[in-house]
Design a protein around this ligand. Structure first.
Ligand SMILES: *Cc1c(COP(=O)(O)O)cnc(C)c1O
Length: 383
């Protein structure tokens, strides 16, 4: 494809920092670059404690371990999300209870929560779709009135805000992703943001194979031993070096992405109105971090034809999540659920190429190609 859907962006210092990491003789986890990433993540988000992980998936797995989720526990998760949001809890034996989406932001519909909570419910996972905050005030109120934990899957929402508050700092914990497709990346990577201090000490142990090695390195114990369950969730300091360069350039990244998002919105508004296509809805109290640009078109046929039109012009556009309540694993592990909004939107949603280095001329070409699409019904191939 001439214009891909995503392309990794290099801000400039990545290779220099990787060289420094290797020259310092510390390529494994928790070296100097990891510590710098932790400090910067804490400063940027205001979280109590940030810990780099090998992925957002692994940060979610750590959250499930920290909450002592076990067989038979119920965890409320959106149907319209990535599999890792749910798998992390299913791995512990939990039963996913799928909640449908709001039709406007596509976030979990908080008005359905009370009807899904039982005395087995242990956690609610809030996914801020496209980095637009869920209705966290209500979700947190409902959760606390039932003594349920709220975990944020903030893979899309790094540096987004909800009513002035940073996404990722609202639940007891939040998972970030630094996968290639996210705003800030090191290829594969993530972080667990811990907002409730009671989880910090055990998080360090779980992340270090169940040992108190972090305390040993700080000189707090004179040897380290096996003290709890755990796994290996530390990324190499070489990856942390790459990530630090990205985090230090986050303003530049976000500025570029904001311009791209606004250009799509302005360039496609008139076409969208005419074609009965819905552009993203951002509540005025949400600051989005410009993670993606999606459109909801009138039908599945319309979407497939639009994707085809863009493909003819060398442009890759893609759909997104298939509702997890309808997936084979969702049906095997979850409670039977109907999620009409997620099921409908999933068929009609399309995402346009969106990456930090998207050139103006290429974006023009995408907008032109979309505008050339006059819908179905005979006029499908007219420009
Ligand atoms: C990307 C993504 C993940 C997984 O991130 P990894 O870092 O690849 O594990 C989880 N949840 C959501 C909502 C995502 O978009």
């Amino acid at each position: 494809m001439r214009i891909p859907f995503n392309k990794p962006y290099v801000t400039g210092n990545e290779f220099q920092y990787i060289r420094e990491a290797l020259e310092a003789g510390h390529a494994s986890g928790d070296g100097a670059f990891t510590h710098k990433c932790h400090e910067l993540l804490e400063r940027l988000t205001g979280t109590r404690k940030a810990l780099l992980t090998t992925s957002c998936t692994h940060a979610l797995e750590m959250a499930a371990l920290l909450l002592n989720i076990g067989p038979g526990d119920e965890v409320i998760v959106p149907s319209f999300t990535f599999v890792s949001t749910v798998n992390a809890f299913v791995l512990r034996g939990a039963i996913p209870v799928f909640v449908d989406s709001r039709p406007d932001t596509l976030n979990l519909d908080e008005s359905l929560l009370e009807g899904l909570i039982t005395n087995l419910t242990r956690a609610i996972v809030a996914v801020h779709y496209a980095g637009v905050g869920c209705e966290m005030d209500l979700i947190l109120d409902i959760a606390s009135s039932h003594g349920i934990a709220v975990v944020e899957d903030n893979a899309h929402g790094f540096l987004g805000r909800y009513r002035g508050k940073q996404l990722g700092t609202l639940g007891c914990m939040a998972a970030q992703s630094f996968h290639e497709t996210k705003n800030v990346t090191c290829g594969e990577g993530g972080a667990l943001l811990i907002n409730d201090p009671k989880y910090v000490e055990r998080a360090e142990i779980i992340r270090e194979k169940g040992t108190d090695r972090s305390r040993f390195f700080r000189g707090q114990v004179d040897k380290y031993t096996w003290v709890d369950v755990g796994s290996s969730y530390l990324p190499s300091d070489v990856l942390a070096a790459f990530l630090l360069a990205q985090l230090e350039s986050v303003e530049e990244i976000q500025t570029k992405r904001k311009r791209i998002w606004n250009t799509y919105y302005a360039g496609l508004s008139e076409w969208a109105d005419r074609m009965h296509v819905r552009l993203p809805f951002i509540p005025q109290y949400c600051d989005q971090p410009h993670h993606m640009f999606y459109m909801i078109v009138p039908s599945l046929e319309f979407r497939q034809a639009l994707i085809g039109r863009l493909r003819e012009r060398g442009i890759l556009s893609v759909f997104h999540y298939l509702p997890l309540n309808r997936s084979a694993a969702g049906q095997r592990f979850g409670r039977p659920a109907v999620c009409p909004v997620a099921e409908d939107v999933s068929d009609r949603l399309v995402r346009l190429p969106f990456y930090t280095g998207l050139e103006e001329a290429d974006q023009e070409a995408v907008i032109d190609a979309v505008q050339s699409f006059a819908g179905l019904g005979g006029r499908m191939y007219a420009s």
